[in-house]
Design a binder for this molecule. Structure first.
Ligand SMILES: [Zn+2]
Length: 131
């Protein structure tokens, strides 16, 4: 698959946006796209069944070190997405990313720069970034 860099993605979205430039449209479409991502994941559980949610309170041994915490933190998810659900979830993420790029473009924000700042923030936080 061809590598897509963030600036070229944002540029492609920007060109596409010429006919749909309202920030109000983009805000509501992003909200809808985000809800559709959640719905696609839920459908994988409730309609397909390829993944299951098995949740309970997170418990940690009292003597666990900070570095060990990840080992004791559960995803509450069993199984893996089947090819069909994977395709739907990926497609909905794609739409959500489209509207993130669109909002960045309308607000004159650089999506790649935002990602780089966030990446740096995460590497600074290191083990403390569990949330
Ligand atoms: Zn499935």
């Amino acid at each position: 698959m061809e590598h897509v860099d963030v600036p070229s993605f944002q540029e492609a979205v920007s060109e596409y946006l010429i006919r749909h430039r309202s920030i109000l449209d983009c805000i509501s479409k992003f909200d809808e796209a985000s809800a559709r991502v959640n719905r696609a994941i839920i459908k994988a559980v409730t309609s397909c069944g390829c993944v299951r949610i098995s949740a309970s309170r997170q418990t940690f041994p009292p003597d666990a070190s900070l570095a060990d915490l990840k080992k004791y933190t559960a995803s509450h998810l069993d199984g893996t997405l089947c090819p069909e659900c994977r395709e739907v979830v990926e497609s909905e993420f794609g739409r959500a990313l489209f509207y993130i790029a669109a909002l960045c473009d309308l607000l004159d924000l650089d999506m790649e720069q935002i990602m780089e700042i966030e990446r740096r923030r995460l590497s600074t936080l290191g083990i403390f970034s569990l949330t």
